[in-house]
Design a protein around this ligand. Structure first.
Ligand code: GLU
Length: 295
């Protein structure tokens, strides 16, 4: 197989120790499999983008010795493509406009495994006098299962567990779930290594891939680094940005968090680290638990 992996940071702030873990895992896995590794800026949610963050992320990745193939993709430049796909789903009756507000859904929906389950009010057409705000994708009662390379087998019934979900938001931006599926397909990605916060999103992405006739990549969800309050470290919190001038300790710490064996001798520089990491990486050693605590 021609391995094609990717790293897809959202430019909502600088990289931190948590995002580094996902980046290291996906880069090491690509290197170990003689694969390609692509980079994509997930700036689809333009309201959350922080000016200068994308450049800073690229700078940090370079300083840390990451090497990607080809030009960096930007979701903000792919709106026409997302529009085309959403139109297609609407035309095929697989998606529908939804007039409901968050408040209405909170009042009438039931809690699912990730947020409220949409109660289906607009499923068979907009209520009279109401206008479509968002676009939702229809879900069904089939069981969708996949075998995660780290977390093992995971199954969901989307209609029961998640509900019809948004592919275009009320503010007009394409939803992450749709953008990520279209981009992974268009970039020819067949291996996704990313943070475990996205494990529960994967069946939605598999469902979309199926509806669109796209191949399913393989998935590996790496444990998350949590702060002392048990929350995922987030770029918006400005959690400990990585120091571009001292990459090795952070790389070795990420490596350790990923359950990997320490090198016999400390590498002299990032190039030496990656050269060694390419043959030392073992995905079987990555702990399956979903969360690690920042030490
Ligand atoms: N953009 C997402 C993030 O920064 C990652 C999405 C993905 O890897 O599918 O958390």
């Amino acid at each position: 197989m021609n391995y094609r992996g990717r790293f897809a940071p959202s430019p909502t702030g600088p990289l931190h120790a948590g995002s580094l873990i996902a980046a290291v895992a996906s880069h090491a896995d690509a290197l170990a499999n003689d694969g390609q590794w692509l980079l994509r800026m997930e700036d689809v949610d333009e309201g959350r983008v922080v000016a200068g963050a994308a450049d800073r992320i690229l700078h940090t990745l370079e300083a840390f010795g990451f090497e990607w193939q080809g030009a960096v993709w930007h979701q903000s430049r792919r709106k026409a493509r997302y529009r085309e796909i959403i139109e297609q789903l609407l035309k095929e009756g697989l998606a529908y406009p939804c007039a409901c507000t968050r408040r209405e859904i909170a009042e009438t929906g039931t809690p699912g495994i990730e947020g409220m389950i949409y109660p289906g009010r607009c499923r068979n057409g907009l209520p009279q006098g109401r206008e479509g705000r968002a676009i939702r994708l229809r879900t069904d009662d089939r069981e969708i299962c996949f075998s995660d390379r780290i977390q093992g087998r995971h199954c969901q019934i989307l209609e029961r567990d998640i509900g019809d979900f948004i592919i275009r938001r009320a503010d007009g931006y394409t939803a992450y779930q749709l953008a990520v599926v279209v981009d992974d397909a268009d970039q020819g990605i067949n291996q996704v290594v990313r943070g475990a916060d996205l494990l529960l999103s994967t069946p939605r992405q598999l469902h979309l891939q199926e509806l669109l006739g796209f191949p399913h990549p393989e998935y590996a969800h790496v444990p998350l680094l949590l702060d002392d309050q048990g929350r995922k470290l987030s770029k918006q919190d400005k959690a400990h940005p990585l120091a571009d001038d001292d990459p090795l300790p952070a790389l070795l710490q990420a490596w350790h968090c990923l359950g990997q064996a320490a090198p016999d001798e400390r590498p002299d520089n990032v190039q030496a680290f990656w050269h060694w990491a390419a043959s030392a990486w073992s995905i079987d050693r990555v702990p399956a638990m979903q969360a690690l605590h920042e030490s």
